[in-house]
Ligand binder design. Structure first.
Ligand code: ADE
Length: 225
């Protein structure tokens, strides 16, 4: 998978890709990340990327031209499956969206700033608008980092144990069950006996019950989906 990220603040985005699972995925050649600084696509001496709103009102709007130049250049080089715009009024990211995107070949992620982008960018270039939650960030970069992390870990081969993504919370609309490791008894806090039974159907059944109960208590909305 190839991900092209268009941003005015590439430095804000670099570190998540320089550690841990994402770094390994890049080194293994399973994903490549390319940053594009929007200021390099400006045409005036001031390298302006934003301007005031038509019709008045507070806040600056990201202009269509630099974004057009950047996206059009990328599209002239390869085909893209999705051009995603990070915005608080997009579809809220969930595991289903992450699963879908993990199957794509090439995607562009556009990070918004200020009040957002000129509507014509959304009308003519964007195929999908994603929010990472009902709150407003100062820019789309942190949202893009969250999206990339959620997607990249699902690409086959990225996680050491292939099954481990399948048992994550949300994969089947259930939260994950409780997990334990050594010691078996810590200060009298004991691990549930069933986990030592060696009876794997029994253990699986216990985990399913726990996952269901946890989901019912914490996120009953997931059970309606
Ligand atoms: N940009 C600003 N707020 C955002 C959010 N909640 N999700 C994605 N991008 C954003």
């Amino acid at each position: 998978m190839r991900i092209d990220i268009i941003t005015v603040l590439p430095e804000l985005l670099k570190s998540p890709f320089e550690a841990s699972i994402l770094k390994r995925a890049i080194e293994a050649g399973l994903v490549s990340i390319h940053f594009h600084n929007l200021r390099e696509y400006t045409t005036d001496n001031y390298k302006s990327i934003d301007d005031t709103q038509f019709g008045g009102g507070a806040g600056m709007v990201m202009m269509v031209e630099p974004i057009d130049k950047c996206i059009s250049k990328l599209k002239s080089e390869r085909d893209y499956d999705e051009v995603i715009y990070m915005t608080p009024d997009g579809n809220t990211l969930n595991q289903g969206i992450a699963n879908q995107l993990s199957l794509k070949e090439n995607i562009i992620i556009l990070c918004g700033h200020y009040k957002g982008v000129d509507q014509r960018v959304r009308d003519h270039f964007i195929t999908r608008e994603i929010s990472i939650g009902d709150y407003v960030l100062s820019g789309g970069e942190l949202g893009a980092a969250v999206l990339c992390d959620a997607v990249i870990r699902l690409i086959p081969g990225v996680l050491g144990n292939e099954t481990s993504a399948l048992t994550d919370s949300f994969q089947d609309n259930l939260l994950a069950p409780p997990i334990y490791t050594r010691p078996r008894d810590y200060k009298g806090w004991k691990v549930p006996e069933v986990l030592f039974s060696g009876n794997f159907p029994e253990i699986e059944k216990w985990r399913e019950e726990q996952a269901y109960q946890r989901t019912k208590d914490r996120r009953p909305d997931l059970l309606d989906e």
